[in-house]
Design a protein around this ligand. Structure first.
Ligand code: GAR
Length: 213
């Protein structure tokens, strides 16, 4: 199974969706480590409940962004995630630098509660609702140095009804996040994702994409 590290900052409902899909045998992955950059993130409680290894790394304890990123890299390597693993950002509210990305090139994915490239940032749902979109949604993508940016793996659409604000949209988008995130991870586990330029190609089931480890 695919070794994964899951990075959280908050409630960790996406972490929960991954745990649940693994438990029912629909996701062939093993959570080797949960990292939180917030001491009180509920995601850490979830990790404890399921006996998953976890680590709290507070970015204020580090002198620079790069030092913090290096500490995460070290923790992920120490957890036994090598060239074959995947790093999953599940509500991790921090931009990562090349210090973090270069050891895991093509192996870091993120979920965002908007249809990227629209509405990146910390308030994707509210920004989309305030703009007046008729179709909102969520995106799973490979991560690059820009915030909420990189090759798109899968998106789901959520219709935005008249008068709905970000708070009304949030749970409806989250429900779709919980469907598409484990799906994207399973595709990665099946080695079906291939990055071609800025695009992600999904290989036919049973035929691994050439450039995936
Ligand atoms: C999710 O809606 C996720 O898409 C969003 O944070 C929430 C975390 O929820 N991420 C971003 O906004 C990234 N810019 P969770 O902790 O319950 O999984």
């Amino acid at each position: 199974s695919l070794p994964i590290a899951v990075l959280v900052s908050g409630s960790g409902s996406n972490l929960q969706s991954i745990i649940d899909r693994i438990e029912v045998g629909a996701l062939d992955a093993e959570i080797k480590l949960v990292i939180s950059n917030k001491a009180n993130a509920y995601g850490i409680q979830r990790a404890k409940k399921y006996g998953l290894p976890y680590k709290v790394l507070l970015h204020n304890d580090f002198r620079s962004r790069e030092d913090f990123d290096q500490a995460m890299v070290d923790a992920i390597h120490a957890a036994g995630i090598g060239e074959d693993g995947l790093v999953v950002m599940a509500g991790f509210m921090r931009i990562v630098t090349t210090t973090f990305l270069s050891p895991f090139e093509g192996r870091v994915i993120n979920i965002h509660p908007a249809l990227l490239p629209s509405f990146p940032g910390v308030n994707g749902q509210a920004d989309a609702a305030d703009y007046g979109v008729k179709i909102a949604g969520c995106t799973v993508h490979f991560v690059d140095e820009q915030m909420d940016h990189g090759p798109v793996i899968i998106q789901a659409a959520v219709p935005c009804q008249a008068g709905e604000d970000g708070d009304a949209l949030e749970p409806r988008i989250l429900k779709m996040e919980h469907r598409i995130f484990p799906q994207a991870i399973q595709w990665f586990a099946e080695r079906r994702l291939k990055i071609v330029g800025r695009h992600v190609e999904l290989a036919v089931s049973g035929r691994p994409a050439a450039n995936q480890p």
